[in-house]
Every structure is written in C-alpha cells, then in structure tokens.
Design a protein. Structure first.
Length: 310
C-alpha cells in the first residue's frame, strides 16, 4: 500500500499551507477586524481556500509529472513520480485534486449568485496545465504566469467575499478594501516573479539538458542575476512609496515593514549582485519566500491600525 507521505511531498504541502495561511490572514486578520459585510459564511470561505489549495496542488502534481527528467538532475533526492509513486497514480491524483477544486468553485459561484465566476477556476486549472506542458519552456512567460496566478489567489478573495457584498451604501468603503487587496496582489506578483527567475538560475543545468529556454539559459546565469538585481528595486521602491504615502504616521507599521520586508529586500538585492553558486541562489529564493510571508502578515498590523487608529 502506497504511503500518504509521497503524495504530500508531491503537492508541496508546505507551499499549499502558506497559500492557505495567506488567504486566511486576509479574512481573519483583515476583513473580520474591520467588521465589514462579507458575502461568504466562514465555512464557505473555508471552501474557497480549499478550492484554491486543491487546484494549486493539482498544478504541482502535473508539474512534477512533466518535470521528472529535469528534477532527476536539479533535485535528484526529491524526485517522487516514477519512484515512490507511479505516473498513473500521479495522473489520477492530479485529476482528483483539480476536478474537486473546480467543483467547489462552481458551488461557490452559485452561492454568490454569479455562476459565470466558475469559469475563473476552470481558467486557473487550465493555465496550470498549460504551464506544466508548454508555457514554462518559454523564456519569462512561464515566470510571469506563475507570479500572476499567485497574485490572483489574493484578488479572488475580493471577487468572492467583497464584491457580492458591495452595494450603493458601502461602495466607497469596499472599494478601499479591494484596492488594498490589489496592492498586496501587486506586491505578491513582483516578489514571486523575482523568485521564479532565481529558481531558474538555480535549476539551469537540469533545464538546459531538457532543452528548455529559460532566461539564464538564453543569456547566462551572471546576466540574469544582474537583471534580477535591477528588478528587485521595483518592489523595494513600491514598498517605500507605499509607506511614505499611506503609512508613515503609523510608527509601528512603518517599523515592522522596514525591519521585516524592506531590510531583507535590501539584503537580497546586495547578495544578488555577488551570488554565483547554486547554494547561494537557493538561499536567496527561500529569502524571497519569507519576505512574501512577512509582507502578507503586515496586513494584520495595518488593519489593526485602521481599526483602532493607533
């Protein structure tokens, strides 16, 4: 009997837990604190999170199926498909996760009386499949797609929980909260785009042997690293601008962002200029993951200040 552990590794459960945590933070660390009307009941919001996690998990599975040869070179110790799990089992697991996730999305779309919104879940699932089979082999296109999908996991919260509860009496207030969600989605996109390119630098050898056309393969690791160095100033200036325009009078929020987001981003930028080894790029990739997490957590700090004007 096949152990459940390989299946958990196949879906990269740690990443999925972070995704779920991020969506729960916006609901219970942001919306609930502000005491605004929401379209979904708590258990229905749990289904929205579950749907997102299932579809994302399916994306990881199909990606691992098509990455068997690449991972055998880049990450030989983490290869699961073909070793711990057969390819047939992996395909069945992918279908089960994706179909269940889309079905939940269809149900939620009807709950908010917007059945057409079910197309969003189908589109996300289809995009993840296309990414694994073809898009990831296109220079930068695959990186942008993954970053967009992560940012959309933030926007979809507003689509299902804020938009249906918006009326003429609270349109301005809900618009403000949706704009904050959009700002976080932009932040998530920028950080994840950097991370995807750094991961490509880290995995250059395996990708090259599989004939993929990633940016570091096309122009070299060193030049790509310098491009990431330049791109890293965008989220840095974005956050500093945001602090200066909206948060500067909130001392605790400003200190939090400077210490846990801006500081690590500056460190990342400096190290990106000198990084050369696979180990260094792996460390920088993980650092971006933590920056994203602490950036998302800042919404709790900000919302408490909005609630109590502290």
């Amino acid at each position: 009997m096949t152990s459940v552990v390989p299946f958990l590794k196949l879906i990269r459960y740690q990443n999925l837990l972070m995704l779920a945590f991020m969506q729960l933070i916006f609901r219970y660390g942001f919306f609930k604190i502000q005491n605004i009307p929401l379209a979904l009941a708590d258990w229905q919001y749990g289904l929205l999170v579950l749907s997102t996690v299932l579809i994302a998990g399916g994306g990881y599975v199909i990606n691992n199926i098509f990455d068997q040869n690449t991972d055998a070179i880049n990450k030989p110790k983490t290869v699961i498909v073909g070793k711990s799990i057969s390819e047939t089992q992996a395909y069945n697991f992918y279908i089960g996760l994706t179909v269940t996730g889309v079905a939940i999305g269809f149900y939620l779309s009807n709950v908010i009386a917007k059945p057409g919104f079910a197309a969003l879940f189908i589109l996300i699932a289809a995009t993840l499949y296309l990414y694994a089979t073809s898009l990831k082999q296109m220079m930068l296109i695959g990186n942008i797609i993954v970053a967009l999908l992560l940012s959309f996991s933030v926007i979809i919260i507003g689509i299902f929980d804020l938009y249906p509860a918006t009326g003429l009496d609270n349109q301005q207030q809900m618009g403000l909260f949706f704009s904050i969600l959009l700002d976080y989605a932009i932040f998530a996109f920028m950080i994840n785009l950097l991370r995807e390119i750094v991961k490509d630098i880290e995995d250059t050898d395996g990708d090259y042997n599989q004939g993929m056309n990633t940016l570091p393969i096309a122009i070299g690791k060193s030049r790509t690293a310098k491009i990431v160095f330049g791109l890293s100033f965008f989220p840095l200036f974005f956050i500093l601008f945001y602090i200066n325009k909206y948060l500067f009078e909130l001392l605790f929020v400003t200190l939090y962002l400077l210490l846990f987001v801006v500081g690590p981003l500056i460190f990342f930028t400096v190290k990106m200029w000198t990084a050369t080894t696979k180990k260094e790029f792996h460390f920088l990739s993980m650092l971006l993951k933590w920056i994203l997490l602490f950036g998302i957590l800042s919404v709790v700090v900000i919302s408490l200040n909005m609630k109590y004007n502290a």
